[in-house]
Design a protein around this ligand. Sequence first.
Ligand code: SOE
Length: 380
Amino acid sequence: MIGQGFMGAAHSQGWRVAPRFFDLPAPVEMAVLVGRDAGRAADAAAKWGWTESSADWREVIARDDIDIVDIVTPGDTHAEIAIAALEAGKHVMCEKPLANTVEEAEQMAAAAERAEAKGIRSMVGFTYRRVPAATFARDLVASGAVGEIRQVRANYLQDWLVDPEAPLTWRMKKELAGSGSLGDIGAHAIDLAQFITGQRLTTVSGMLETFVKERPLLAEGSGLSGTASAERGEVTVDDLALFTGRFDGGAVGSFEATRFSTGRKNAFRIEIAGSKGAISFDLEDMNVLSVYDGTAPGDRLGFTRVLVTEEVHPYMANWWPTGHIIGYEHGFSHQAKDFVEAVANGTNPSPSFADGLQVQRVLDAVERSAESGSAWTPTA
Ligand code: SOE
């Protein structure tokens, strides 16, 4: 695994737990954790359960005893590391968004296609697809439970940047993160909306806003927080992204991604309304899927809170007895499990780098639309 921030901790948990709860077709050995800073990498490796640590990813991907490379670094390094790892014959899992630009994502998707011809697998870490209630939502929609999909409403709301003195971490620098709320959390909304509906966004119209244009530089820390220094720097990404879009299957969607929604910590909601019914998912209530059956008798209409905690639900048979809930970190175990199965069984995992490229094109179209004053902009 390359990277040692918040996602490093989350992915480590996934790799460590997946083989203990799922019968995987191959063993998982957490071999090497790579981080820029050798001391921090050694500490993180010891804490999270990696056998070794290193500060040199090139040396690690050249090793014969490494089969899988998991990339959890900021977006500016995804393309270089992923392409090198694929060319070295390693299966690659890469955090979202796939890259910082469409051009990089195209190069990564092309490298993944070349590697696939040699049996090398790759996947993007859109983890929320693997929250059982979200996977179940996809299954229900695919079974026709909502009928013809008409409306998609997705909003991903956080508030960790409301304080104008919160320091300038890498997620606020375009050269490192590619974009702000748009790519960081809007990408999740795009992926999940497309995953659940089975439709793809073809045109978008959007606006972006940066509320706080300058922040104290980061003195110490990383990830979402840290201590502020006396110096200030420019925020070069969006704080909020709002857009509407049309899907290729006829649905129409509205999207909101913001780190300025005061009081909302990690509220990711998606609602789909169709000709026969509707579903509503809320990450803050992640063991539930609200389902509306518009064909029910008139005296029994209303959203039903379905507890997605039963062994009949996706991934749930391997966890706890009936009604026992799971949490944020379980998605990372499901992701690790699905990836190991694909690698061992010789199948292509999903979402692929090509899927990641398509999301990147949507992000880019939103940016182009916002620059041009919200004009309708094709995603391809
Ligand atoms: C910060 O906004 C963040 O950690 C994102 O980077 C993740 O992708 C999201 O899952 C939670 O919030």
